[in-house]
Design a binder for this molecule. Structure first.
Ligand code: ZN
Length: 356
């Protein structure tokens, strides 16, 4: 293990969803004090060198529980049908509640957690040891066709958005959870989806490709003037899951100066697609090797999916991040390469996307 922990800026976590579901009247206090069963809270972040990352606003389906999808994904081969579209009013209410939790978390933390709206904000937070939180919307269910809510969420601090989760929205179609499978499933962006991408470019909101199907991916690649980014996806050549990116997609990301954050979810890591916490770190490093080969050392980072996925026991939670750093070091990644993967690449891409 390196003598000093290398700070990690991370592409994706679902801590806000966990806090939304908490029965505690002030769930933000639970994040700050620490909770018994979770991946990411303040004590774990400090223990593992988690310096910040994208905090997802994700709207759970009020009818179909995640348990059904979980059961299907436990099979050796599966094809989970796309869940139905959510109702906009419901999605807006839940998204506002999650944004409010993040704002309350920042206020209650007295400087320990800070919502970052620029690359300079992230640098300043990292310099003083505060958690640098970027507000991210995973699926644009809360956004109305006239994009008025986009303006309001942007004003509240939103700086990253995926037009879809693995579910349809008025903007496009998500990629289904299917294994084994390529990502070319279903239609791409709608007319409204294309307008949303242009609006994100104008407002300097990063567009996340992670849950788009392949046609949607190429639509964004054609329209967007920003680097192409998949916050939490892996290499299809290593694990043939529909959620992972083909070499052709990785080539387009490289060409745009964008990046990919490695998703720790074992279903997207293991060549056999199984959800198995006994997955060795070497399998995660295999994805990093492939991503680096196809995008370059400047285009790869982490996108843990903490609190949203089954991650390897060898990492466990945010407190175990340095064991992955150590696994990369033992595969030959040196100091500069490690810093790029751990946080510098995210900062570079965000500066290029947001300006300043
Ligand atoms: Zn996701």
């Amino acid at each position: 293990m390196p003598a000093r922990p290398i700070p990690v800026f991370d592409g994706h976590n679902d801590a806000l969803l966990r806090l939304l579901r908490s029965s505690h009247p002030r769930p933000e206090e639970r994040f700050l004090a620490g909770e018994p069963l979770c991946h990411l809270d303040l004590p774990r972040a400090r223990a593992g060198g988690f310096a910040g990352g994208f905090f997802a606003i994700y709207v759970p389906d009020p009818k179909a529980g995640g348990a059904e999808i979980d059961a299907m994904m436990a099979r050796p081969r599966y094809d989970v049908p796309l869940p139905p579209m959510l109702e906009t009013g419901y999605a807006r209410d839940v998204s506002l509640a999650m944004m409010a939790i993040l704002l309350r978390l920042e206020r209650a933390s007295r400087g320990a957690v800070t919502i970052c709206r620029s690359a300079a904000d992230i640098e300043a937070a990292m310099a003083r040891g505060a958690i640098a939180a970027v507000a991210h919307m995973e699926g644009a269910e809360a956004i109305d066709p006239d994009l008025r809510t986009l303006e309001v969420f942007h004003a509240a601090g939103l700086r990253s958005l995926g037009p879809v989760w693995s579910r349809p929205t008025i903007f496009g179609n998500g990629v289904p959870f299917r294994y084994p499978s390529g990502p070319d499933i279903g239609e791409g962006l709608t007319e409204r989806g294309r307008a949303l991408i242009k609006a994100c470019n104008r407002l300097k909101i990063m567009v996340d490709l992670s849950h788009l199907n392949e046609r949607g991916f190429w639509d964004v690649a054609r329209i967007s003037d920003a680097p192409l980014v998949a916050t939490h996806s892996n290499a299809h050549a290593v694990c043939p899951h529909a959620r992972n990116l083909t070499d052709e997609q990785l080539g387009a990301i490289a060409e745009s100066g964008g990046m990919v954050g490695l998703n720790f979810a074992t279903s997207f890591i293991r060549p056999d697609g199984r959800r198995d916490p006994a997955t060795p770190l070497s399998m995660l490093v295999d994805h990093i090797d492939h991503l680096v080969e196809k995008i370059g050392i400047d285009g790869v980072g982490f996108g843990s999916d903490f609190d949203g996925a089954t991650v390897p026991d060898a990492i466990g939670d945010a407190g175990g991040l340095q064991s992955l750093v150590a696994a990369l070091a033992s595969r030959g990644y040196d100091g500069e390469a490690l810093e790029k993967i751990c946080w510098r690449n995210w900062l570079r891409v965000l500066r290029a996307t947001w300006g300043g």
